[in-house]
Design a protein around this ligand. Structure first.
Ligand code: CP
Length: 319
């Protein structure tokens, strides 16, 4: 593996999931792999889990870690080519990525969608520019359209918690008052479609009309607009809010009946609840769901360490 930008960079998903589970069982088995190497974690946006879990995973592999918040710790970065840089961004990504690539053997980048221009967000300009100019492997710490480290942790969590060979996994839209990117939902859908294609899960998406994911991410998933029908017999409920793709970046409804409550969970097959966190309690999910035995959210977040470790190990073995 030379970059980890999306599922397309994974050659053997079963093996990567198993590698994460192996790391969880024996975190320090490869502690010399990253010796005398450095990873730089570059954040354009806030983070709790991604920042700490990736740092911890890197340390488990013996890597040195440097972290930078762009615009706070560093100069603001210009991404466009050929522009007159007379605005508030003092440095171009050409120099910044090239310089960081001299200090680091691997670079992790977090850069969310701006939700202003769909074409611009879906071009993944920040990831692509760093991949182009840094000349070292790039790890996606959540980009405009994807969050693959989260999706790998989600796959590990489902493998650990499943009680049937081919569980029914339901991605459900949750209400929120402000527009959020589609990245987590896109990525989860992309990875679950792959798991469905290999016979590991049945995958269903439910959301209000107008919240259809981009076709390349919805893929072959069964979309069921009737939420009760979608929840029936589910083994896993994966909650997430996202803004509209078709009416790009807009909030089309605040309908509170899409928040997940215990009344919803009883319709499932003793289903487990998942969410990538952070989550706004009682706006998106009821306290009783998050605090009950059906909630996997803490274990899911804990598994971010093992998904990061599996990916960094794969890169260190290749690079
Ligand atoms: N799930 C996730 O990526 O969490 P953070 O935004 O806190 O990193």
């Amino acid at each position: 593996m030379t970059n980890f930008l999306s599922l397309a960079d994974v050659t053997d998903l079963d093996a990567l999931i198993q590698s994460g589970r192996d790391a969880k069982a024996n975190p320090f088995a490869d502690q010399l792999l990253g010796k005398n190497k450095t990873i730089g974690l570059i954040f354009f946006n806030s983070s709790l889990r991604t920042r700490l879990s990736t740092q911890k995973a890197a340390q488990n592999l013996g890597l040195n870690v440097m972290i930078m918040n762009v615009g706070q710790d560093s100069w603001g970065l210009e991404m466009e080519e050929g522009v007159l840089m007379n605005g508030d961004k003092a440095e171009h990504v050409r120099e910044a990525a090239a310089v960081i690539g001299r200090y680091c053997d691997i670079i992790g980048i977090r850069a969310f969608a701006e939700l202003k221009d769909r074409d611009s967000d879906y071009r993944e300009q920040v990831m692509q520019q760093f991949a182009r100019y840094a000349r070292v492997p790039i790890v996606n710490l959540e980009s405009a359209t994807r969050h693959p480290l989260q999706s790998l942790a989600d796959c590990i969590t489902i493998e650990e918690a499943k009680t049937v060979a081919r569980p029914k996994v339901v991605l459900t839209w949750l209400p929120h008052f402000k527009p959020l990117p589609q990245a987590v939902a896109n990525s989860f859908s992309e990875w679950m479609n792959a798991r469905a294609a290999s016979g590991h899960v049945e995958f269903v998406i439910t959301h209000p009309q107008g919240y259809e994911l981009a076709p390349e991410f919805a893929g072959n998933a069964r979309v069921i607009y009737d939420r009760d029908e979608a929840f029936a017999g589910a083994d896993f409920i994966y909650g997430k809010n996202w803004s509209s793709y078709t009416n790009y970046g807009q909030v089309l409804t605040h309908d509170p009946s899409w928040a997940v409550t215990m009344d919803d969970m009883v319709r499932t097959n003793a289903g487990k609840f998942m969410h990538c966190l952070p989550v706004r309690r009682n706006l998106k999910v009821a306290d009783a769901v998050l605090d009950g035995p059906q909630s996997l959210v803490i274990e899911q977040a804990a598994n971010r360490e093992w998904s990061a470790q599996a990916v960094l190990k794969e890169i260190l073995k290749t690079y």
